[in-house]
Design a binder for this molecule. Structure first.
Ligand code: CMP
Length: 140
């Protein structure tokens, strides 16, 4: 089925100047960019976005990293978009990510892991609404 997923190119990958290379991987995999925004998140926004992780030991490090520089946020649409994006990203921990995946090729550590992608249809919907609201998308 055609799905939507939220993708974030994190501060490490933006700093490395590989935004275009990463977006190109999505396009080559037939994912369409139906929304895109570059933003430097406030601590409050990052805490809100990652609220499901608020009790985890890595929460503070994650939030601090995500506000350390600008991020490039996109809504992607395509067949099986959520799983497809997760395959393109590779394992959360770049030490476990295969070469040829985004994290395998560009990520340094479990926090500085280049990209975020939604993990399920419900979270995708919430995460897209968080960044793009009701009418911030350009569906095709
Ligand atoms: P992301 O997909 O953005 O979702 C939560 C993030 O927390 C994850 O990617 C990692 O960058 C970060 N993180 C740090 N430590 C861990 C951990 N032990 N398990 C999962 N995620 C972690």
């Amino acid at each position: 089925a055609v799905e939507r997923t939220l993708s974030i190119i994190k501060p490490d990958a933006v700093a490395k100047n590989v935004v275009g290379e990463i977006l190109s991987r999505f396009e080559k995999a037939d994912l369409r960019i139906i929304g895109a925004r570059m933003v430097h998140l406030s601590r409050e926004d990052a805490e809100k976005f990652y609220a499901v992780h608020s009790e985890r030991p890595f929460f503070d490090a994650l939030v601090s990293f995500m506000i350390s520089g600008p991020v490039m946020v996109q809504a992607l649409e395509g067949e099986n978009a959520i799983a497809k994006n997760r395959d393109l990203m590779g394992a959360t921990n770049p030490k476990e990510a295969e070469a040829g995946t985004i994290r395998g090729d560009f990520a340094e550590s479990i926090d500085a892991n280049a990209v975020h992608g939604s993990d399920a249809p419900e979270t995708a919907e919430q995460e897209i609404a968080f960044f793009f609201g009701q009418d911030g998308l350009c569906p095709r």
